[in-house]
Design a protein around this ligand. Structure first.
Ligand code: 13P
Ligand code: SF4
Length: 332
């Protein structure tokens, strides 16, 4: 980092918020932020949303630069949908355990072993896996998309076995699951959650479907980050137990300041293990440098981009309900 200005060195004394605001105008940049970003980054983002909403924003923006404050698969999605834009990610090491769990070569072999299945893939995967998939889903669009696929169609679902398992149970669909997990949602403890529920017997629990079944089974609401945020605004009572990455609580406190939000605990009852280590890599300093230097930049080979775009376009169409059942079939 020092080679580009030194986070601890020449950035000292800079008003980072003012500099980011100046650069975003100069560069005609839009800053897209996920709910799992630090509060100061959420607060300066032009738009904060879940994976589907951020993909839609990336596809429709007329900015010249997209500064993506999220993780790499999200910034890659923005580049796939908006190739003419410069897309920067403040820290290129901001990956995802779900993406890491699904190496493209192994996924390709899995697909080839099941030629009569279509591949429905969670957006938390690499561009290569998107290119090997028929349809992408997000947590907020998965149910709607799955409902449009004929019952008799065989399906591979990857890389999140917990989201896949939740969809199987809820919709009664038999799908072959890739065995990936999110390390963040995997770290919630059922024992500690039950202790918390005993302490707050009237508080509902909202959980992300990336959580294991032993957490989801205790939830009053299961949905994407945006869904959980909406639930916090309309839920009964004044206390909510939140089983997802705790930075989303910042938006809840802004939207409904008189309510009480408690993050679901990990195994030691009070750990930081449910903070996403990848999302946390983005900082104000790195965002400033990304806007100043237009680096690190997402670049992608055009053939890969076009192949990955097919499954993402299908997601965008099906999530807005513009594809008929007859249109769903194997990849071309
Ligand atoms: P959503 O924001 O789409 O619910 O996804 C959460 C997530 O896993 C981000 O990594
Ligand atoms: Fe990946 Fe989990 Fe972090 Fe989301 S919270 S980016 S799924 S590791």
């Amino acid at each position: 980092m020092d080679a580009r200005g030194g986070i601890g060195g020449s950035l000292k004394g800079l008003d980072l918020r003012a500099e980011i605001d100046r650069l975003r105008k100069e560069r005609n940049a839009v800053i897209l932020g996920h709910y799992y970003q630090k509060p100061e980054i959420q607060d300066l983002s032009d738009f904060v949303g879940d994976s589907l909403e951020l993909s839609r924003k990336a596809a429709e923006t007329d900015a010249d630069v997209i500064a993506f404050c999220g993780v790499r698969f999200m910034a890659e999605t923005a580049k796939i949908l908006s190739p003419q834009k410069i897309v920067v990610l403040p820290d290129m090491d901001a990956g995802c355990s779900l993406e890491d769990s699904c190496p493209p070569a192994q996924f390709k072999a899995f697909r080839e072993a099941h030629p009569d299945h279509i591949a429905l893939s969670y957006i938390n995967c690499s561009a290569e896996v998107k290119a090997l998939s028929d349809i992408i889903v997000t947590s907020s669009s998965a149910e709607k998309i799955l409902a449009q696929i004929p019952k008799e169609q065989k399906i591979i679902f990857g890389p999140d076995k917990h989201l896949g398992g939740y969809l199987k149970r809820k919709l009664g669909r038999d799908m072959l699951l890739w065995p990936g997990v999110c390390i963040v949602h995997e770290s919630f403890s059922e024992t500690e959650l039950l202790k918390l529920k005993a302490q707050y017997p009237d508080a509902p629990v909202a959980a992300h479907p990336e959580c294991p079944p032993y957490i989801v089974d205790h939830a009053d609401y299961v949905g994407s980050t945006s869904g959980i945020l909406d639930f916090s605004k309309t839920m009964p009572g004044d206390t909510l137990i939140v089983a997802t990455e705790p930075h989303i609580i910042h938006q809840m406190q802004k939207a409904v300041p008189d309510k009480n939000f408690i993050g679901a605990p990990g195994a030691d009852g009070n750990c930081n293990c449910n903070i996403c280590p990848y999302m946390a890599l983005n900082t104000m300093e790195k965002l400033y440098l990304a806007l100043r230097d237009l680096e690190p930049r997402i670049e992608m080979e055009e053939g890969l981009r076009l192949q990955a775009k097919k499954s993402l376009d299908r997601m965008l169409e099906m999530a807005s309900g513009t594809v008929g059942q007859g249109d769903i079939g194997a990849r071309q």
